[in-house]
Design a protein around this ligand. Structure first.
Ligand code: FNR
Length: 184
């Protein structure tokens, strides 16, 4: 069977390292896994007044999440947390109360930053959100990446320094998603 993964990238920057990481990692997936980045840059700012008439962009995001077999969050660290753009998307897709798109959705987190701790604190914040949202998260391997020369090849593939590690991550992620899909 086929598995669709909705990827939420927390940066809107044109040359985002996190988007490049999401693209590069998707290339390590087996053929039956389709990684698709969800657009979150066109969402309005979340306002609870709109819960009973969610914008089309919000409905689209919720559909992409709920029809996917799994999620992957690729987040930058902004001021030691996730970006506001990503938090906004999470708030939208978690509402209205009782109709969250996240419940039971197997999820994983990774990120790349300029700093040496490689988004570690942002990722811990995101884990707290996903625990509250009742989305099971892959614990290991944790993926904290510092952007360095050679992280990506010219053609967008993951460079040799991180490739084996990220392939190991992908193998674990694929097994995690299959396990959840089997359980229905
Ligand atoms: C940053 N950056 C950053 N880096 C980090 O390691 N820890 C942090 O807390 C922050 N805080 C932060 C706040 C804001 C508002 C910006 C714009 C940047 C630097 C960050 O790692 C860098 O800009 C990355 O390039 C962001 O990821 P993308 O856009 O390349 O995917």
């Amino acid at each position: 069977s086929r598995y669709e993964i909705a990827v939420l990238v927390g940066s809107l920057r044109r040359n985002s390292f996190n988007r490049k990481l999401a693209d590069g990692v998707a290339r390590l997936a087996p053929a039956e896994f389709l990684f698709r980045q969800a657009a979150i840059g066109d969402l309005p700012l979340y306002n609870q007044d709109d819960d009973d008439r969610q914008a089309e962009a919000v409905k689209r995001l919720k559909l992409e999440i709920s029809t996917a077999q799994g999620l992957l969050f690729v987040t930058p660290e902004y001021n030691r947390s996730v970006s506001g753009v990503l938090k906004n998307a999470i708030d939208h897709a978690s509402r209205p109360y009782g109709r969250s798109a996240f419940a039971g959705k197997p999820s994983a987190i990774m990120g790349v930053s300029i700093g040496a701790i490689g988004t570690a604190i942002a990722q811990q914040h995101l884990r707290v959100m996903l625990a509250y949202l009742d989305a099971p998260t892959l614990g290991q391997p944790e993926v904290f990446i510092q952007n360095k020369e050679g992280l990506f090849e010219e053609n967008g593939e993951i460079g040799p320094g991180s490739r084996a590690f990220l392939q190991k991550w992908m193998d674990r992620y694929v097994a995690f998603i299959r396990r959840h899909a089997d359980q229905g």
